[in-house]
Write a protein that binds this ligand. Structure first.
Ligand SMILES: C[S@@+](CC[C@H](N)C(=O)[O-])C[C@H]1O[C@@H](n2cnc3c(N)ncnc32)[C@H](O)[C@@H]1O
Length: 234
């Protein structure tokens, strides 16, 4: 790890708005925020542009960014402190552990911002909208809690739509090209570091919002796998 990354990694240990693998935090978040406002997560938050941007936009809501990379969290947490945003915090952890940090229904909404698309078929289970992850989110979301996905990856966008269709989940919004329309809602105008990189080269940003209104049968995961293998090039 480079010197700058190491310094940032150490610095966040002393930050009041950063928690590393916060076991015993279940049910305590409203105490931390000193209010009973709803809590939204930003998963794969990187530098936390959504946690901070939404925090500024919605002072009566709380936001927690989660990522494994401490040096990226340092950026978001520093911005939140400098802006005096007491409704924004960060967790350094694998997203895979979220049920360890929140009680059932403790979370109001989830934003997943430009997650790694994990393009290889063998990595499908690492995609943050794979049913394996949706089952984790379901454990902490309130009933009807919305999941938002913003991505530049056409593959991840189509994959997520496939999951939504296969599991018959309520799809609330589906935008193939966010910036093509008029009256783009302010939340969708927040730009992240990876959004600026346009790694997929598609020059398009996709957005989906949906809810999970039922148990996601494990048996359908095998069907998802076989649908994906049909799409794989030989
Ligand atoms: C492509 S970056 C996007 C960062 C940010 N949302 C943005 O748009 O600039 C994906 C981020 O997801 C994080 N990530 C990927 N899988 C993760 C996991 N299972 N748990 C925690 N973080 C993860 C990576 O550390 C990385 O910061």
């Amino acid at each position: 790890m480079g010197q700058k990354k190491l310094i940032r990694f150490e610095a966040i240990k002393g930050y009041e708005n950063v928690f590393e693998y916060p076991l015993n935090a279940k049910g305590t978040w409203n105490d931390f925020f000193k209010n009973n406002n709803p809590i939204t997560l930003e998963l794969a938050c990187g530098k936390g542009e959504y946690a901070v941007g939404l925090g500024k936009m919605h002072p009566n809501r709380n936001f927690i960014g989660i990522d494994i990379k401490g040096n990226r969290i340092w950026r978001g947490a520093t911005n939140a402190l400098e802006l005096g945003l007491t409704n924004v915090a960060f967790i350094r952890s694998l997203i895979d552990n979220v049920p360890d940090y929140f009680n059932p229904t403790e979370i109001d909404e989830i934003w997943i911002t430009f997650p790694d698309p994990q393009l290889r078929g063998s990595k499908a289970k690492k995609r943050l909208t794979h049913p394996k992850f949706l089952r984790l989110y379901q454990q902490i979301l309130k009933p009807g809690g919305i999941i938002h996905l913003k991505t530049d990856s056409p593959d991840l966008y189509q994959f997520t739509k496939l999951v939504i269709n296969l599991f018959e989940l309520p799809l609330l919004e589906d935008m193939d090209n966010v910036y093509a329309g008029a009256n783009i809602k302010p939340e969708l105008q927040i730009k992240t570091h990876y959004e600026g990189l346009d790694i997929a080269g598609s020059n398009r940003i996709h957005y989906l919002s949906f809810t999970i209104n039922k148990e996601l049968p494990l048996a359908l995961d095998a069907q998802l796998k076989s649908l994906l293998s049909e799409q794989e090039p030989d």
